[in-house]
Each structure stands twice: as structure tokens, then as C-alpha cells.
Write a protein that binds this ligand. Structure first.
Ligand code: FEO
Ligand code: CA
Ligand code: CA
Length: 666
């Protein structure tokens, strides 16, 4: 989700579509699983199935629900032998189009939909009977991060694994009938204890075992003992320097370490030791009534810096749970905004909020090992003019001792990025007692610095960026790529060479090279890799590649790399900027095709594209279609994807080549 002040269900209704034609389109396009094609390379076989009736969740291949490849408007062209990404780009799709699109020769299969039962005792999804009890055992709402964790642990299987999926937030206005008044969408929402509690259970994380059958079709295993949901109420604990902070204690939890739930889990990272660290992003939106704190309460300034609403929240959860009412529980917001580590291979593990990684609107964190074996985590604070950071562990990763690695994130140092105009940069330590981070400036301990990470970054003079989203490291060239999704509030005169456009609607991507190619370095160089937008816009830049050949792209969000080091970019916001559905784009970063950005996938009406996640063999890419239909209301849906009825269901899809080839190579 973008910053919540940019996405408001009261005002975003621009994608009003033609949902009534969707089922006709689907009926025409799709036929019951019938199409089989093998591949010597991977024995992949892909099936095409009807969109309805809804798929049964089972490992039986006959239950797969596969959506056919996109509108076959673009015929494959002969790729040059030298091309790093020879697939044929698809055209941008109009914002009313409520089906996915991929190049000819690829298929898209919905794998996990909101409401799909993931435990053996979970009920089937029922639009008319949504309960917190059911939702807690079903796949939750608004999938974002997707992590494929091979099974068994330590293997590089591309046929069996655990899918770890973030479930960022809810769209109650399209989930529940009557939530918004169709005649007056500005009126207060009509919510209830049942709705709020269902929303709480729809948030969090899902761990689901999946496997690829001999015919190449992905299914999930509803009965797997690994399957697990973390929600907005799951017990978790907290570690690191801020764990003992007074401000983490509440009336319900005098220990400060018995926290309920994780919220707004946007993207995440996989650690080298096989855990996942999920990011709490726009946590501020769940709290209300902060303005009722006395002006001399020092917590008020901090909550304000983090955007906690002064008045009622938009969702009104504070009317049903006092912990979301800051006037009653002033400390509860301090228990959010942290990265949370979970072990998908151990469903009994109590998730741990890792305070050394800082407290802000974490987009994600990406883990990489330094040459000496330090765990390094890059992480961005996704709001306008916020900073990006990295954590460096004190200890070294030990490939022989997983248990020891489990505490690597509890000792180290957090740094914030300062980018100089000359293309160099520094990582500035957020170390209590160093520089301005002293008691004279209001910091009382290392934990206090971390609770107030944003304020510490302010004092250090970190570089104010255009909404840092995903940050990923390229395993081939070792560089770091930072998606900056947009910042329409940046004014002329407030630009810098790293954020060079005023009213940056389209976003850009930075390429950062750590000095010595060492991810634990404290100095780096950087350059602009891409200035996004319609290539006809003279302010765009595609690493110098001829612009007449590239696809329009806007609002880069999630990033990934394939095995060749090509960059894959998922977007969030194209409908509002270049008037096309969000999508996935591939672009080489080295050689003569550096900057040759091509669209590979288009999402559906109202939805952004998240993930992306490759299997180790790169023959499948998983994508999360988040908030399909956002911009509608229940009575006036603009999407019914993927089922073709009632309303949209955010879903993870698997994209594969019919031939079984590596993604992007055909
Ligand atoms: Fe949840 Fe910054 O996207
Ligand atoms: Ca987003
Ligand atoms: Ca994101």
C-alpha cells in the first residue's frame, strides 16, 4: 500500500470499470483444464482451467484454477541471441481491464485467494458469512510480500516449499456490504465489532505449503502442519535495545513484551538462516484520538512525527478496542512499526519484533551477507521525504549453526543513508551518544534512539527521499537497487541530485554501489538508474537506453532479480499516473540492454502488483495481486477478479511459461 494519505477509499474512485463484462470475457477466454505441453528442461506442464466454479483447495491437480494467458495481441518475435530478456513486451492495459495479461506463451494461475481455507478445519470462504474465527484460518487480505522457502529447509527445491505471504491491510469498503453509504461515501463508515475483528484476523502473514506436481501445476496443501496465520491478534514478543523501553508498556501488558499482533505487513525479507522478517509499514492508520494527549506529553511529538491521527481514525477500530485509542493507551503505537522475525519452518515459534532494525514505516528489509559474514539488512521508510537505512550485525552468520543465527539481529548497528550531490554517500550510525544522539537532544538510551528512529535520522541530516519502497541487492553485480515510488509534494527548489524531479509523480530507481563491494561498508557511490514515466516525457531516463523502445512504467515498488541479474520491477500507482493497470517489468542492468525496460505482466482493475518471487530455477514467478477493485465500493465493485462474481479477492498467482522455460527467456 502506498502511504495511506495517498490512498483513501473516500476519494479514490477513478477506476470505475465494466465488471459486468468480466465473466463474459472469462467465459470466452478460458476453458476447463485442457491444455498440456511438456518441456524436457523441467517437465513443466501447464493447464488451463475455467474460472468457475471456484477452485477447491487441495493438492489434487484437478483442482487447479488456471487463468489463461493474456490477450494474445502481441505475437512472439524472434529474439536476438544476445538479448538478456528476449520475451516480447506486452502493451499497457487500460485501468478498467479486469484480467491479467502476460506475453503469449505464458500462463497465470491463481494459487491462493483471500478466504481460501489454509487449515484442515477452516471453513470455505463465504462472502455472506465472514467471521474472525473463519478468517483466522483462511488466507488473509491484500497479499504483498511473497517468499518461497524451499522444502526441505536448506534445499534449493523448486517443486516444494513454503510460501510466506504478507497480508498488508483490508479494504472493508469492498469486503463488507453497507460499509460505505453509496449515496455519501464521505459519511463515517458503518462498521461493527464483527467487521473490525474480522479485519484484524485478515491482516498479518500466511505460511502455506505448496508444491508443483509432475504436470507442472502449483497447488497448496491445506492440511500441511506448516500452515500458519499470523494476524492482528497473534501473541508475539520483542527483542533488542528498545525491548525494555518504558514506552512499550501498556495497561494490558505491564511487561511491554507481550504484544498482540502485527499490522500493515508490506514487504519482507528472507534471511540467510531461513527465517522471514516481515515489515510493519503504515501502522499509524490503525490508531485514533492522539490529539487528546496533553501537549506537554513527550509522546505526542513522536506520534506526530509518525503520522498517528489526532482525531478519529478512518477505520474506527479505536471504538471497539481501547488499545487503538491513543488517548487511552498512549503507548500502543510504539509496539508497531518494527520488523518481525518468524520461522516458517517452525510453526510454534513466537514471532519476535526486532528493534535493532528501527521503528518507522518499514517497507521491507533485504538481507545479504557481507564478505566477512555479517548479516546486513537494507530497509526503507515509505513516506514522503523519509530515509532509507541498513542494519549490520555484530556477529557473523554461521552456516553450521542455525540456532545461533537466530539472535544475529539482536546485536549490531543501524545506519541511515546520506547521499551527497557528487554521487558519493555515507551510512551514518544511529548510535546513542554519538554525534547529536545525546541526552541533550532528548535521547535517553540506544533503545530510545530506535523507538524514535525518524527523529534520530532528522538530527543526523539523512537524505530526504521520494518514498523509499523496496531495496534489493543484485546477486550478480552486487549492487543495491532502491525503488522510490513517487513524491508529489517535492517542490522546485527542494530537489537534489538523488531526488531530481519536483512533483515526482512517476518515481525513480537508484543504483547504489557499496565501497569495496562490501555490504557492511559505511561509504558508497550511487547513480540514478531510471526516472520512470511515459518515455515520451522528456524528464524520463532509462539508464541511457533508447526511450522509443521501452515500456511506459510508473511508481516502482517491489523489486526482484532473476538468476541472470536482470531487475524485475512491480508497480503500485500506474492507474493514477500513466492511466494503465499496474504491472511487472523486466530490465537488464548490465550490457548494451541496460535500461531496456519491458512490461511482462499486467494486473487487474484497481490492484497493484506485489511479490515478485522466483522459484530457485526461475521457471515460476509468484506475484501478489493486492487490492484488486480498490476504488469501488461493495455495492459498486469495479473488479470481480479472479472468480468473476461478487467482488475481488486479492490473490497470489503463479506465472509460468507453457514450455517450462525460465521466466523472461521466451
Ligand atoms: Fe506497502 Fe510502501 O508499500
Ligand atoms: Ca505498495
Ligand atoms: Ca510496497
Amino acid at each position: 500500500m502506498g502511504a495511506s494519505d495517498e490512498r483513501d477509499w473516500h476519494v479514490v474512485r477513478s477506476a470505475k470499470g465494466k465488471g459486468e463484462t468480466f465473466s463474459e470475457i472469462m467465459q470466452r477466454r478460458l476453458s476447463r483444464r485442457a491444455f498440456i505441453k511438456g518441456s524436457a528442461a523441467s517437465s513443466l506442464v501447464v493447464a488451463v482451467a475455467a474460472c468457475g466454479p471456484a477452485a477447491e483447495p487441495t493438492v489434487e491437480p484437478t483442482a487447479a484454477e488456471t487463468e489463461a494467458a493474456a490477450t494474445p495481441s502481441a505475437e512472439p518475435t524472434a529474439a536476438t541471441a544476445e538479448s538478456k530478456l528476449p520475451f516480447t513486451a506486452i502493451d499497457p492495459r487500460p485501468i478498467t481491464e479486469d484480467q491479467t495479461a502476460v506475453p503469449a506463451g505464458y500462463v497465470v494461475t491463481p494459487l491462493l485467494r483471500w478466504g481460501d481455507p489454509i487449515t484442515s478445519d477452516a471453513p470455505e470462504f463465504d462472502w455472506e458469512n465472514q467471521t474472525p474465527e473463519a478468517q483466522a484460518k483462511q488466507f488473509g487480505y491484500n497479499c504483498d510480500f511473497v517468499g518461497f522457502m524451499p522444502l526441505p529447509l536448506g534445499s534449493s527445491s523448486s517443486d516444494s516449499g513454503l510460501l510466506v505471504v504478507n497480508l498488508e491491510y483490508t479494504n472493508p469498503e469492498i469486503m463488507f456490504p453497507g460499509y460505505l453509504d453509496p449515496e455519501n461515501t464521505e459519511a463515517p463508515v458503518k462498521t461493527s465489532q464483527q467487521i473490525v475483528d474480522t479485519e484484524l484476523e485478515a491482516h498479518g502473514v500466511a505460511v502455506v505449503e505448496i508444491s508443483r506436481s509432475a504436470d507442472g501445476v502449483w497447488n497448496y496443501d491445506r492440511g500441511s502442519s506448516y500452515n500458519r496465520r499470523l494476524t492482528g491478534t497473534t501473541p508475539m514478543t520483542i527483542s533488542g535495545p528498545a525491548a525494555d523501553h518504558e514506552w512499550l508498556k501498556t495497561s494490558a501488558d505491564p511487561s511491554g513484551k507481550d504484544i498482540r499482533g502485527t499490522l500493515n505487513n508490506c514487504a519482507a525479507g528472507k534471511t540467510p538462516w531461513g527465517t522471514v522478517v516481515t515489515a510493519e509499514e503504515n501502522f499509524h492508520q490503525y490508531f485514533g484520538n492522539m490529539g487528546q494527549l496533553p501537549d506537554d506529553d513527550p509522546r505526542k511529538e513522536v506520534h506526530s512525527r509518525y503520522g498517528v491521527p489526532e482525531e478519529a481514525s478512518q477505520r474506527l477500530w479505536e471504538n471497539f478496542h481501547s488499545r487503538f485509542d491513543v488517548s487511552q493507551e498512549p503507548n500502543e503505537p510504539f509496539r508497531f512499526g518494527w520488523p518481525v522475525e518468524l520461522d516458517p519452518y517452525n510453526p510454534d515459534m513466537k514471532p519476535i519484533k526486532r528493534t535493532w532494525l528501527g521503528r518507522f514505516r518499514h517497507e521491507a528489509q533485504t538481507f545479504v551477507l557481507s564478505p566477512s559474514g555479517k548479516a546486513v539488512a537494507y530497509t526503507g521508510d515509505d513516506a514522503r521525504f523519509e530515509y532509507f537505512y541498513k542494519f549490520i550485525s555484530s556477529g557473523n552468520f554461521d552456516p553450521q549453526n542455525r540456532e545461533a543465527n537466530m539472535s544475529l539481529l539482536d546485536d549490531g548497528m543501524l545506519y541511515v543513508a546520506k547521499l551527497n550531490e557528487d554521487g558519493t554517500g555515507e551510512w551514518l550510525p544511529l548510535e546513542f551518544g554519538t554525534g547529536p544522539l545525546t541526552e541533550e537532544n532528548g535521547f535517553t538510551s540506544q533503545g530510545d534512539v530506535l523507538v524514535k528512529t525518524r527523529l534520530a535520522g532528522d538530527l543526523l541530516g539523512a537524505t530526504r527521499m521520494d518514498r523509499p519502497e523496496d531495496i534489493e541487492t543484485n546477486p550478480v553485480n552486487n549492487k543495491v537497487y532502491i525503488a522510490l515510488t513517487n513524491n508529489t509534494k517535492r517542490e522546485e527548489g527542494d530537489t537534489d541530485s538523488a531526488n531530481p524531479r519536483a512533483e515526482n509523480r512517476y518515481g525513480h530507481i537508484l543504483e547504489l554501489t557499496e565501497d569495496g563491494d562490501d555490504h557492511s561498508a559505511t561509504t558508497f557511490s550511487w547513480e540514478i538508474f531510471m526516472l520512470c514515466g511515459d518515455p515520451e516525457d522528456p524528464s524520463t531516463y532509462f539508464a541511457g537506453f533508447p526511450k522509443e523502445q521501452v515500456s511506459p512504467i510508473s511508481n516502482p515498488d517491489n523489486l526482484a532479480f532473476d538468476m541472470f541479474g536482470n531487475l524485475w520491477i512491480a508497480t503500485d500507482g500506474q492507474p493514477r499516473t500513466i492511466e494503465a493497470n499496474d504491472g511487472l517489468f523486466g530490465v537488464p542492468v548490465e550490457g548494451p540492454e541496460r535500461g531496456y525496460c519491458k512490461q511482462f505482466f499486467s494486473g487487474v482493475a484497481g490492484g497493484e502488483v506485489c511479490g515478485p518471487e522466483f522459484t530457485p530455477d526461475n521457471t515460476t514467478i509468484f506475484l501478489a495481486i493486492q487490492h484488486p477493485g480498490e476504488g469501488g465500493i461493495f455495492a459498486e465493485q469495479i473488479s470481480t477478479w479472479p472468480d468473476g462474481k461478487v467482488g475481488p479477492r486479492p490473490s497470489v498467482v503463479a506465472v509460468q511459461a507453457e514450455s517450462g522455460a525460465v521466466i523472461g527467456q521466451v
